[in-house]
Design a protein around this ligand. Structure first.
Ligand SMILES: NC(=O)c1ccc[n+]([C@@H]2O[C@H](COP(=O)([O-])OP(=O)(O)OC[C@H]3O[C@@H](n4cnc5c(N)ncnc54)[C@H](OP(=O)(O)O)[C@@H]3O)[C@@H](O)[C@H]2O)c1
Length: 334
């Protein structure tokens, strides 16, 4: 291994605001610590919460740095005490609490996943956040089973593209919503059984027809607001609603009667503030259940665009334009 540099390039936010607060600067390379590995980052995934953090509405959890970036892929260059099963030179991807938009980052060994042979490191960088989120919310929390009907809103987002592929791989019927004919067509190529352009069609009416009024078994929602009552209205008996974002609003006037009469479950979660042990449990679930499908090429990340670290501002602008399909990735040049 070549000697480690003492400083690295990293992205930071010069205050809270729009993409124009994004800067690139230098910082010391982190020192490896027990239970952790130091990773030379090749690529880092961009996620919606990075933009919300930049806008000042989603601070990094206690103990994490303010440097953005929650998922990376790269090579391990130093291994901390107590780390088993990982060694220098291993190619991995990982969920990190912060600091992914940098040339080097510390990752908890328990949250590292071997790079699947089917993917390169750029593709692998687009997997951790969506794989952890979808596995935990659709399968652990949402209990999706083969033969059930699954509705995921935002089918062309990072979450949506992963959720469609995984749900199909596990034998569910998938309905999704997207905002243009091109995006709807793309969802079909991912395997979605029914795609509804939510800008031109009422998803409630469409799903009543698709399910012959029986309703869906599980909804994964990122919209909130007016969608909460609508989701509940098209959920069947013992159906589950898992809320993972409120892109429209976290407040709504909700008609709860179907929840009571049809014994529905309303739940949700965030990932970032959970303890390491809780995240490690999700990582183990991903390793055992999702990674074999990725290795087999049945589930793959959809990479929309890559940008050099210096162009993180343009990457955030693209993310917030919603013009993308799948993931946007930053490259360190390593
Ligand atoms: N709670 C958690 O653990 C967790 C973890 C990861 C991400 N998230 C959140 O989940 C959300 C999705 O993440 P992501 O990475 O997939 O973001 P993304 O790539 O930006 O995708 C979001 C998609 O939602 C679509 N959309 C917007 N309004 C919609 C509506 N009314 N109906 C249907 N689709 C709509 C947009 O496309 P079109 O409108 O153009 O179709 C966009 O492609 C984000 O808000 C993110 O912060 C939560």
């Amino acid at each position: 291994m070549p000697a480690l540099p003492s400083v690295m390039r990293q992205v930071y936010f010069d205050g809270a605001g729009g993409p124009d607060v994004i800067r690139i600067g230098e910082a010391p390379v982190p020192a490896v610590a027990p239970g952790k590995v130091l990773v030379e980052v090749v690529a880092a995934g961009i996620n919606g919460p990075d933009c919300v953090q930049r806008a000042g509405r989603y601070p990094a959890p206690a103990g994490e740095s303010a440097i953005p970036g929650m998922e990376i892929a790269g090579r391990i260059i130093a291994v901390g005490e107590d780390v088993k099963d990982l060694k220098e030179g291993d190619e991995i991807c990982a969920l990190v609490g912060s600091g992914g938009y940098a040339e080097y980052v510390l990752a908890d060994a328990a949250l590292c996943l071997s790079k699947p042979k089917s993917l390169n490191l750029i593709e692998a960088a687009g997997m951790p956040e969506t794989a952890f989120t979808v596995w935990d919310n659709v399968f652990t929390r949402g209990k999706l089973k083969a033969g059930e009907i699954f509705l995921v809103h935002g089918g062309t987002g990072g979450i949506g593209t992963t959720a469609i592929q995984l749900a199909k791989a596990f034998g569910a019927t998938v309905i999704t919503t997207a905002g243009s004919p091109e995006k709807c067509a793309f969802c079909k190529t991912l395997g979605a059984d029914y795609v509804i352009n939510y800008r031109t069609h009422d998803f409630v009416a469409e799903i009543k027809t698709i399910t012959a009024k029986k309703g869906v078994n599980l909804v994964l929602d990122i919209v909130g607001g007016s969608y909460i009552s609508k989701n509940i209205s098209i959920m069947g008996t013992e159906a589950r609603l898992v809320q993972i974002a409120f892109q429209q609003s976290s407040k709504a006037e909700v008609e709860f009667t179907p929840m009571m009469v049809r014994r529905q479950t309303l739940t949700g979660s965030t990932l970032r503030p959970r303890t390491l042990a809780q995240k490690a449990e999700v990582a183990a679930g991903v390793r055992d259940n999702v990674w074999p499908l990725v290795e087999q090429g049945k589930v793959k990340p959809i990479i929309h665009a890559t940008f050099p670290l210096e162009d993180a501002r343009q990457a955030h602008e693209l993310m917030e334009s919603s013009a993308h399909i799948g993931k946007i990735i930053l490259l360190t040049g390593k």
